[in-house]
Design a protein around this ligand. Structure first.
Ligand code: G3P
Length: 220
């Protein structure tokens, strides 16, 4: 089995933006674990975070399917890659995009660039699986930012999405997210068949981020 993924999404939290994003990245880089640690940063922070934590895998939170040219305000993939991005989130509940945009993005990025498409439910996970992104993260929007982990509140959405996606494309890994806070939640996600977790506030709102990071990987 591939190593479990722990993907921390910085969103626009003050504790994970600018200088704080650099500090968070160095903390993640220093966690001793067999898990694959990933930080999804704002495109604004990509270059600086990449210099601060060169060994940490960095994704951006969003990319647009545009090439270099007349695309004011869009987040252009080649520059993100030059600035250290090894992957991207797409279609996050807080940044939905049309299915066609994801398809176009997948057609223009290098083969080894990770694209983690987010789904609100199993139905959307199935639709996304037909596009064959590298990963799909299932996150019920109503649980995002809350205190109850998706693995406790709605374990069947994780299990059903894992099964449904594997029947469509066995190469697509499934993560789960929303309310993930600790190592028990990560363990539960893995037990449900997920390849890892996508989380934000459990890390970004913690008064002791270092301890949370260590705790998250404590059962791996
Ligand atoms: O992208 C991660 C996410 O939306 C879940 O957020 O704060 O519930 O861990 P949170």
């Amino acid at each position: 089995m591939d190593e479990p993924l722990i993907v921390v999404n910085c969103k626009t939290y003050a504790t994970a933006s600018g200088q704080a994003a650099e500090t968070l990245a160095t903390m993640m880089q220093d966690v001793e674990t067999d898990a694959r640690m990933v930080l999804a940063v704002s495109a604004l922070d990509l270059g600086a975070v990449s210099r601060a934590a060169p060994e940490l895998e960095l994704w951006v939170q969003h990319l647009d399917p545009v090439s270099r040219g007349s695309n004011t305000g869009r987040v252009e993939p080649l520059t993100a890659i030059e600035r250290g991005a090894k992957g991207t989130l797409t279609n996050h509940a807080e940044r939905k995009v049309p299915l066609g945009d994801i398809d176009q993005l997948l057609a223009m990025i290098p083969a080894n660039f990770e694209v983690c498409a987010c789904a609100a439910d199993t139905k959307e996970a199935k639709a996304l699986a037909h596009l064959s992104p590298s990963m799909i993260a299932v996150e019920p929007p109503e649980l995002i930012g809350g205190d109850i982990s998706v693995t406790t509140a709605d374990p069947s959405i994780v299990r059903d999405s894992v099964n449904a996606v594997s029947q469509i494309d066995d190469n697509v890994r499934v993560l789960c997210g929303a309310g993930i806070k600790n190592g028990q939640d990560v363990l539960a996600a893995l037990d449900l068949g997920a390849s890892g977790v996508l989380l934000a506030s459990g890390v970004t709102k913690s008064p002791d981020i270092q301890s949370v990071l260590s705790e998250l990987v404590s059962y791996i």
